[in-house]
Design a protein. Structure first.
Length: 85
């Protein structure tokens, strides 16, 4: 029975995640437009909010925070290395 096996979520607020990303080195699109350094695109809820220069460390940190329940366990963290996203 699906009702016994599924966990239905209603979503979570993006603001805490965006705040964390800004503290951990997220560069806004305006800041990055003048830079040619290699970086990875960061999306929150499908919206491109900026870029980051150390995506491996960022993904590792986000997953660690999610496991410790410091951020919502409903948050999905995905890194697409080929697309640099």
């Amino acid at each position: 029975n699906l009702a016994l096996m599924a966990c239905i979520s209603v979503g979570s607020i993006a603001a805490p995640v965006i705040e964390f990303l800004e503290e951990w080195g997220l560069e806004s699109l305006e800041e990055h437009s003048h830079s040619f350094a290699p970086s990875t695109k960061i999306f929150v809820n499908g919206v491109w909010i900026g870029v980051h220069r150390d995506p491996a460390n960022l993904v590792k940190t986000l997953k660690k925070l999610r496991r410790k329940d410091d951020i919502s366990p409903e948050i999905s963290v995905v890194r697409d290395i080929r697309e640099k996203e």
